[in-house]
Design a protein around this ligand. Sequence first.
Ligand code: AMP
Ligand code: GLY
Length: 425
Amino acid sequence: MKILVVGSGGREHALVWKLAQSPRVKLLYAAPGNAGIAEQAECVPVGATDVPALALFAEKERIDLTVVGPEVPLTLGLVDELHRRGLRAFGASRAAAQIEGSKAFAKALMVKYGIPTAAFREFSEPDAALAYVRERRVPIVVKADGLAAGKGALVCRTLADAVAAVRLIMEQRAFGEAGDRVVVEECLEGEEASFLAFTDGKTVLPLASAQDHKPIYDNDEGPNTGGMGAYSPAPVVSAALHRQIMDRVMVPTVRAMAAEGRPYRGVLYAGVMIKDGEAKVLEFNARFGDPEAQPLLLRMDNDLVPVLEAVLDGRLHEVTLQWKEDAAVCVAMASGGYPGTYQKGKVIHGLEEAAKVDGVVIFHAGTARRGAHLVTDGGRVLGVTGRGRDVREAIARTYEAVRRITWEGAHFRSDIGAKALRYPR
Ligand code: AMP
Ligand code: GLY
């Protein structure tokens, strides 16, 4: 069959890498892809948010299955448009993707259906938001309602930070229309985990556990990013917590979306905060996590194609997921300056040497070809991902590969996976 992967990040490279291993796949396309994806798929110069052009391409090329990676085309209704044209597509519908597209929507859903989450208020006027933060205690979290590429949640330690956050989002419009409304939320403490599941709207089939590292610097300091690294499995998700998250979050959310007339089919991702054996939802995403997809897909033993088809056909109860027993770690290497402004076009060295490290796969995110050179072309540039017998070995192998890769200004966290080492093996 012919498959089109929409997107150009590390997650999409991991999807292409995984799909390329399926005996069912004859031809793979990516729109727009990146320099790494181009080695395994034909890259089509159509942007990931250009819904009409993507639909036209899929129709013209008779694509059998379109797999949508990022949130923006989901919230723009790409999957709905493909279905309207009688084409198969994997990903949340526009109505379902609101669970990620509007934090106010997600919060209201959680309140209505009793899904555990932080206490909050939403505001569409900056003065009201400012008055509210002034009467609350810090720390407090100020979030742009709409999509902001993982950068729209500001954890504020002082009142001055909280006031600045409201102004940044609502007055300076740092995230554009996403800042028409803000959600101001109680700050939760604890350890985060990313809980992902496939769902066909009825069956909820969890993936292996994973953990992201959102802040830019070691020890979770500095501003939030799209994610600076991830690993799987995440020992913070004990068997008891896994059951709790399924029973109190994932299954009720899928039922709630159906009850709201927004049936959810695709991957549902809950970012949760865990403290004293209780998990609360920080956010929902309507897609695979990036970088969580990289370690997860490295560990998944199933052919991905039949899993995606079972989601589309409402046969997910027939599927069992199989995971390699070992651990996988992904370290995001980013352009200096990210998540703020950064330069592009820096020549990347050492990839071949890095790829020789046992168990390591290098997923590209923001890369491009310039003549004979591979150059940086985005904020997150590479997702260096390695497997090992346990997380300790996976960390060692992954960082061995990371150390072999250089470009001017490259930045990465040096503590990805460290939280897992605190748990007894
Ligand atoms: P979000 O965009 O809602 O996923 O938030 C991004 C990141 O901000 C999360 O992964 C957390 O690290 C942090 N965060 C969001 N909400 C809260 C909260 N209520 N308490 C503490 N940290 C939060
Ligand atoms: N890694 C977090 C996200 O994909 O939103």
